[in-house]
Design a protein around this ligand. Structure first.
Ligand SMILES: Cc1ncc(C[n+]2csc(CCOP(=O)(O)OP(=O)(O)O)c2C)c(N)n1
Length: 461
């Protein structure tokens, strides 16, 4: 038998453990000693478990169970307090005044777009919308700390990531109105944005599916980073809510990312609710951050109302994610969900309005940054009015244009499933055409690009 097939034993030498491969079939003495050491201890005198499943665990004769309630909760990282005052002047903020003004303008634009689109949905002008109220600091701040080439996988409440990366108001509106200029050809529900140019995968509302995708992408990026050391290294960044972290996909993704050492930042937005289910009914542990240790993943909890803290945490997470060829990092960002879950939800059916008002008054990422800007003499009421007026105007112009655009040509209900249309799809298209022709008063095809001619098979791939 070759040495390769021998038994792996651990030798103790000056307090250090050195693995060695020994051919036990040649030495009965060694075989016996291996049997003796086949317990979880390396030797009868060992003080620690030496077993691959739980490395370096000390033996104890105290019959004690670990009690999560007896352990201090994981702390929450902050750079400035809720009055916008920097807590530790020495470490300070890592953002220039110019960058801070840009972050502020992006958060304000997002909050105004949310108000307008929420109301527009109520007026029946679009079918669905989701606001980010209270979570603008997490999305805008985190995206500002990534490289544009990093690959993003988002859930659906990450409009701020899109704004920060350069998704335009026209692109938002075209997607929200599912018109012919929408990059997704009107096939998705509103807020399911995506952008190949900005390296953001298209949103999928099926909770948590993006988490294993991001781990897989990170594995591919790890290999690419190795193959192309001449290019700047990339990571993937995955966003999800604490509710999505209850899905099996979350656990599988974190485990594979840890065992394969994938460069990925998992950003959990903990906003206290999964639609109507409060966190108290979702889990009993210390938030989502406590799960990081279970998977051997470096983790930090951060105050989501503090955009500077989010930025710093993500910057450092990115640096660590690229260390030693790659590793996953978990960031749990805390920020109460101020808005309703979506336009399909009335959150006052399951929480008190006063609770929401209280949270709104207590803290907010936008007002916190505004206080910091004002303290530095960078902001005042006039500038605020000007910014809000300008943002509102630009949003309404884009809204107006997008609402007037035609819907995508009818053939796009069939194209892009396969590289070219199948015979079966062609038959379906003909059938649809004949139904529309038979019942013209039931179907108005004018609002679709090319009208009924938009169904022409020869124009379709
Ligand atoms: C697999 C799956 N199950 C259930 C839903 C319905 N659903 C949509 S959003 C949501 C709550 C998610 O909460 P969370 O992940 O905390 O994100 P938040 O909406 O709070 O930002 C649920 C249960 C879904 N979309 N997909």
């Amino acid at each position: 038998m070759s040495l390769r097939y021998g038994t792996r034993i651990i030798l103790r030498r000056r307090g250090l453990y050195a693995p060695a491969y020994v051919n036990t079939s040649q030495s009965p003495l060694l075989a016996r000693s291996w049997q003796r050491w086949s317990s979880v201890a390396a030797s009868p005198a060992s003080e620690r478990v030496l077993f691959p499943g739980a490395l370096n665990s000390k033996f104890t004769n105290a019959l004690e169970f670990t009690r999560p309630s007896a352990t201090e909760a994981i702390p929450t990282y902050r750079v400035m307090d809720q009055y916008g005052v920097v807590i530790d002047e020495h470490s300070g903020v890592d953002t220039t005044d110019e960058e801070a003004l840009k972050l502020y303008s992006h958060m304000v634009t997002l909050s105004i777009m949310d108000l307008i689109m929420f109301e527009a949905q109520r007026q029946g002008r679009l079918s669905f919308y989701m606001v980010s109220a209270g979570e603008e600091g997490i999305t805008v701040g985190s995206a500002s700390a990534l490289n544009p080439s990093d690959v993003v996988f988002a859930q659906y409440r990450e409009t701020g990531v899109f704004i920060q990366r350069g998704f335009t108001l026209d692109q938002f509106m075209n997607q929200l109105f599912s018109n012919c200029k929408d990059g997704g050809k009107g096939r998705n529900m509103p807020v399911h944005y995506g952008s190949r140019q900005l390296n953001i995968h298209t949103i999928s509302s099926t909770l948590a599916t993006q988490i294993p995708h991001s781990a897989g992408a990170a594995y591919a990026l790890k290999l690419q980073n190795l193959q192309r050391p001449d290019l700047p290294p990339r990571i993937s960044c995955c966003y999800f809510g604490e509710g999505a972290a209850s899905e099996g996909d979350f656990h599988g993704a974190l485990n594979i990312a840890a065992t394969r050492a994938c460069p990925v930042i998992f950003v959990c937005r903990n906003n206290g609710f999964a639609i109507s289910t409060p966190t108290a009914d979702q889990y009993r542990g210390d938030g989502i951050a406590s799960r990081g240790a279970g998977y051997g993943i470096q983790t930090i909890r951060v105050d989501g109302n503090d955009i500077f803290a989010v930025r710093k945490a993500i910057k450092e997470a990115r640096r660590r994610a690229l260390e030693d060829g790659g590793k996953p990092i978990l960031v749990e960002a805390m920020a109460y969900r101020v808005g309703h879950h979506s336009t399909s939800d009335d959150s006052y059916a399951y929480r008190q309005k006063v609770e929401v008002e209280d949270w709104k008054r207590r803290d907010n990422p936008i007002t916190r940054l505004r206080k910091w800007l004002e303290d530095r003499g960078l902001w005042d009421e006039n500038k605020e009015k000007e910014l809000r007026g300008k943002a509102r105007k630009e949003i309404l112009i884009a809204f107006d244009k997008a609402e007037k655009e035609k819907k995508p040509a009818l053939r796009h209900a069939f194209t892009d499933v396969w590289e070219t249309l199948t015979e079966e799809q062609k038959a379906h298209m003909n059938e649809l055409r004949s139904v529309i022709e038979r019942y013209p008063e039931e179907y108005n095809t004018d609002e679709y690009e090319g009208g009924l001619d938009g169904l022409k098979i020869e124009d379709s791939k």
